[in-house]
Design a protein around this ligand. Structure first.
Ligand code: ATP
Ligand code: MG
Length: 730
């Protein structure tokens, strides 16, 4: 595209927002009204009008993906690759600036950026040194306090009594000072520091600030509603000179208050930049009328909104109602989503136009499994696939050693995890024996214990305990089955405890994933069958590039759009999430509702919301109530499907063991055929001649049916007799 053609693709309000390049401008508008399009076009317009060189525009996006897209769109409008841009996330741009002036804040330019794990370790050290009881005051609590100060732009000296915290017996600021000192000594910065340091540096060095005023003639900010205070200060400092700052946002899509985002920044903008032009966009070009009306009806339940009009602006805005599908359980929900994706694909929808958006990452697992089973390629956006996560790989390594003691790779991975004091020396003796006698490591470990080859008493005791553990866990298999084995192993090996004691922000998620892993195992006949399944899943990962369904969290979906969007798990406690409501009260609930609004408004043509009456949550079958958000959707925009029975799955006696899985009903563990019998009969009835699919054996045809047993002739694997709950209709 060249010349002013690009302006033709805008409506008059959008065009005004693009052409008013000088002076402060705030675009405040609902989802899909073209805010990002305005920002991108404005960027190109500034360049094409000769107002600035590419390197003289500062453009802030919320994700790296959004930055990439903006770069591509600007290049397309310019007709050539855009080079030398200051375009990226707040963190990326701040890190780049900080490297140029690191000495000013006591760092050198090659400083390291700490991840959350390192941060937590360092804080723990600082607290230990100050003799703080970290059992009473865990380090993650202090981390949250410090993070909040950093989000609000407060250096230790700037924390006023009003902002102070009584954490750690009122010693939080003192610890903050010590922590910042340690970071400097290590030539390191945490994520919060990136912006904090840059703001400090710009405040204290008028010459550097003046330099940036000359450099950045124009500033562009997307998703402005999710900026926090320190980000705002940074923008305000940089925009002070020329005041050419354009921010676009939507108060109804503010979903990061837990990360310190402040919706008040919208009000601050009007105050700090008096005379700012405010543009409102009211035509939504993304979604059909029913989708838009459903989302608007939902968000109307929030109080204290700035208030906006939103109307359908697409020429083809008529469309299907939003589907709300009730399912019996989460297994059927995943199957339903899979079937609809297959149908859409047959009808010509590209897989890249389909997304499944979940409230929390662990919900992805059942959809991943289902998509793999039916051969639909997918990608997890913004996270690792379930079976690639470190904690899952660790647990799987334990299980592999149980199943196959000669699995050296697996054994090596877990022999000293959690740390058991098996140092290099102990490992070297085991390896030496294994090599000399050509035996597996696990066997060499046993041999080393017998022969006294490991000298260190602590290492010897730990290894001996581990080896006895493996004997015990293996013995559980034939008696109580692989699910009990897995629970016992994770608890007794100390692996669960390792994550329970870990105070990093990732630890709770890892524990959730471990529970989800054990839930997944219950679907398989045996440990061997499960291990094989996972091996196949991993192999599937190599699948060719190309069109894929996107799986991601609602938070990760901000700013994106798809033809067809699935929104599963709309159940009380899941969405709205229990934690947000418990901790955040009405505010927490409103933020969850905004998240729901973000979710629905990602859809162009089709939105399918679903909930299940029974869900395996943290290893327990729980009966689930439909989300209150479902009742808040305007009835005339919604078509309800599938009446789920409201009765819960039976909760039998509570599992007697302790630890992570204490609440698990025994009945589930001993799972006989009840799981199938309790489902509507239609899903478990097979007839002779029917084509079926099995995870391991592939496709086949039913030869004979005897109660819940099927004789099946598999195309590749030959004839087998199986329980019907392990095959699916194909
Ligand atoms: P969100 O709030 O979700 O970030 P947004 O306001 O940034 O949404 P965009 O992503 O810029 O909206 O635009 C939504 C969709 O509408 C995009 O597909 C965009 O290309 C299209 N669009 C925007 N403006 C117009 C227009 N004037 N004519 C036709 N299509 C448009
Ligand atoms: Mg946008």
């Amino acid at each position: 595209m060249s010349g002013a053609d690009y302006l033709v693709r805008l409506n008059p309000e959008q065009r005004a927002a693009v052409e008013a390049v000088d002076g402060p401008l705030l675009v405040l508008a609902g989802a899909g009204t073209g805010k990002t399009r305005v920002l991108t076009t404005r960027f190109a317009h500034i360049l094409l009008q000769g107002k600035a060189y590419p390197s003289q525009v500062l453009a802030v996006t919320f994700t790296n993906k959004a930055a990439r897209e903006m770069r591509e769109r600007v290049s397309a409008i310019l007709g050539q690759p855009a080079e030398g841009l200051w375009l990226g996330t707040f963190h990326a741009l701040a890190a780049r600036m900080l490297r140029r002036h690191a000495e000013q804040v006591g760092l050198s330019s090659n400083f390291t950026i700490l991840d959350a794990d390192d941060q937590m370790r360092l804080l723990k050290q600082v607290m230990d040194a100050a003799r703080i009881d970290t059992k009473r005051w865990p380090a993650n609590g202090l981390m949250a306090v410090i993070q909040r100060w950093k989000d609000r732009g407060l250096e230790p000296t700037a924390v006023t009594p009003a902002e102070d915290s009584d954490y750690a017996g009122g010693r939080a600021t003192e610890l903050y000072v010590a922590y910042q000192d340690r970071l400097k000594a290590l030539n390191a910065a945490d994520f919060g520091d990136l912006l904090l340091h840059v703001v400090t540096l710009l405040r204290n060095n008028a010459d550097i600030l003046a330099d940036y005023h000359r450099r950045f003639r124009y500033i562009l900010v997307d998703e402005y509603q999710d900026t926090n205070l320190v980000q705002y200060y940074w923008l305000r400092l940089l925009a002070q000179g020329h005041r050419n700052i354009c921010c676009v946002g939507d108060d109804d899509q503010s979903i990061y208050s837990w990360r310190g985002a402040e919706i008040e920044n919208i009000l601050r903008f009007e105050k700090d930049f008096p005379g700012a032009t405010i543009v409102r966009l009211e035509s939504n070009y993304r979604s059909t009328k029913p989708i838009l009306a459903a989302a608007s009806g939902l968000i109307a339940h929030n109080a204290g909104r700035l208030g906006k009009t939103l109307r359908a602006g697409r020429n083809d805005a008529d469309g299907d109602k939003v589907r709300v599908v009730s399912m019996w359980d989460s297994v059927e929900e995943a199957r339903m989503v899979g079937e609809r994706i297959e149908a859409a694909r047959r009808a010509g929808t590209s897989l890249s136009e389909i997304a499944i958006l979940v409230r929390a990452g662990f919900l992805n697992r059942s959809f991943e499994e289902r998509l793999i089973a039916i051969g639909v390629p997918y990608r997890i956006v913004g996270g690792a696939r379930f079976y690639e996560r470190a904690e899952i790989r660790d647990a799987m390594a334990y299980f592999r050693v149980v199943a196959q003691p000669a699995d050296d790779l697996a054994f090596e991975r877990i022999v000293n995890l959690p740390k058991r004091g098996l140092g290099d020396t102990a490992m070297a003796s085991m390896h030496a024996i294994a090599r000399a006698e050509s035996i597996p490591l696990a066997l060499a470990a046993a041999r080393a214990l017998e022969t006294g080859a490991i000298k260190n008493a602590r290492a010897r005791a730990a290894l001996s305990e581990l080896m006895q553990g493996f004997d015990r866990w293996r013995a559980i298999l034939p008696v109580q089955g692989h699910v009990v084995m897995a629970q016992t192993l994770l608890d007794e090996s100390g692996y669960t405890a390792m994550w329970q004691q870990d105070k990093s922000p990732e630890a709770p998620g890892r524990l959730e994933n471990l529970k989800e892993l054990v839930s997944a195992m219950a679907d398989y006949e045996s440990l061997a069958a499960f291990l094989e399944h996972v091996a196949l899943v991993m192999e599937n990962d190599e699948a060719a590039e190309g069109e894929r369904v996107s799986l991601m969290t609602l938070h990760g979906a901000k700013g994106l759009e798809f033809d067809m969007v699935f929104l599963p798990g709309w159940e009380e406690g899941v969405f709205p999430s229990r934690r947000s409501v418990d901790e955040g009260g009405d505010k927490g609930l409103e933020e969850e509702r905004r998240l729901a609004y973000v979710g629905i408004t990602r859809a162009r043509r089709v939105a399918v919301i679903s909930h299940a009456a029974n869900r395996m949550v943290y290893g327990n079958w729980q009966s689930q109530l439909p989300s209150r958000f479902l009742d808040e959707l305007p009835a005339e925009q919604v078509q309800r499907e599938g009446a789920a029975q409201r009765e819960a799955r039976p909760q039998a006696s509570v599992f007697a063991g302790g630890g992570l899985f204490a609440q698990r009903p025994r009945r589930m563990i001993e799972a006989g055929a009840w799981e199938v019998k309790e489902r509507p009969a239609a899903s478990s009835v097979f007839v002779v001649g029917e084509r079926v699919f099995h995870q391991k054996f592939g496709y086949g045809r039913v030869l004979a049916v005897e109660e819940d047993r099927l004789d099946i002739a598999f195309e590749k694997a030959g004839e087998k007799r199986l329980l019907d709950r392990f095959v699916e209709k194909s």
